[in-house]
Design a protein around this ligand. Sequence first.
Ligand code: UDP
Length: 473
Amino acid sequence: AEQVAKPHIALLPSPGIGHLVPLLEFAKHLVVHHNVHVSFLIMSSGEVSAIQDQLLDSSTLPPDLHVIHLPQVNISPSLNDDTSLITQLSRVCQESLKHLREILVELNLPKALIVDMFSTDAILICKELGVPVYSFFTSNTKGLAWVFYLARFMKEFRFAGLPNLIHVPGCESVGIDELPENILDVGDDVMRHFKRLSMVSGIFVNTWEDLESKSSWQNGIKNDPFYKTLPAPPIYPVGPVIKRDEAVAKSDDYIVSWLDNQSPNSVLLVSLGSGGTLTSEQMSELALGLEMSKQKFMWVVRKPNDFTSSGTFFNAGRGDDDPLSYLPEGFVERTAGAGLVVPTWAPQVAILRHEATGGFLSHCGWNSTLESLVHGVPMIAWPLYAEQKMNAASLIKEIEIAVKPLAVATEAGGKSSVVKREEVERVVRLLMESEEGKLMRVKANELKETAAKAFKPGGSSYELVSSIVKSWN
Ligand code: UDP
């Protein structure tokens, strides 16, 4: 009888590990802690992600979480052509969602559908079916404020050009250098998703009240008059929703054993998310800087890409090449003992959770950022794509747990730049052995406490989810 009483909810992540991870974890949270039955809908395009298959392995999922694959669409997103990452993402979603109606009908119409940023065609389909749609915003409240503001921003600046400092209602001002690359070129097909966000029944944000109370949340979209003029849905900070207790595969045991032999807080994890890649030049400067720093490090190494910084976004974890062969001559041998290089992919949460890990050089993807905060690990901010520069700026200026290396221009006009080895050495030492670094670790540990509190029964995030689930019953 209890089985029947459970509300049935469907979740639909956009492609990309950075969307899959938090939506899957939210699904697990709903099933395990809030007595919900979940259908988890997966889109697939031409690219294969070994990591996606691993994450969706049914033997690791709770019984009331069912994975359903939407028919594969005939698009092979490639990041070496000119079409931007979000345009390609949006295309895959649009094609896949042509099958959504029949699937929801087959599922007997769930009580609600939870989508993320690029699956907003689902809102229109669900409207006709009478299924309420919620959005799970996989970044922070500042990012969300931006998305709401973007339409006005485009109108103001598309032709006039950008000022150096932009005032986003409800946020600290944002510097032009913190904006995503080519922001004014965001096409109408992508803008359409952003505009539709105001049509959902509610927005879950992967943050918690204590984290953003100092910045965007407090004066934020909750109270700012600008947002009162929009049909803005209620916003629910329900995070940090991250991978918990990540299981380590047998083949990765050596990683944990290596950490076991290091002293507490001595190791810097270097990893750039599921999609991040460096140019060949940057990869060698980073290597040599790590070596010069004389600090312990664990580096998840990928084949460099001179054309895009999100080179593995659609095929995360595919190890079809020997990435270590791109490191400077003799680097692996010279740093043996001080560093461990791991090809392509590593169990990031298990590493961050380990007491030997004391710093994280990260691209500041929001999931990686949360994983670092939840484990009290301060960061070196190395933003690459999407909203990562904005995340980096918050981590440095507002949350105060990160330092950012300075890049120097490599050609006139500043289109491309590189962080030199001496600068890598400086920030690594700053984070791992200076007083400043220690202070950041103390702050990170304070946040770790508030994160844990928010997410467990009685905490702000947990109780918010409870009350929404009740409304579905
Ligand atoms: N990740 C991992 N191992 C890796 C690289 C990434 O487990 O070697 C996970 C990481 O823990 C995070 C996700 O992949 O959960 C990446 O999400 P994030 O938002 O940080 O970045 P994105 O990949 O979306 O840019």
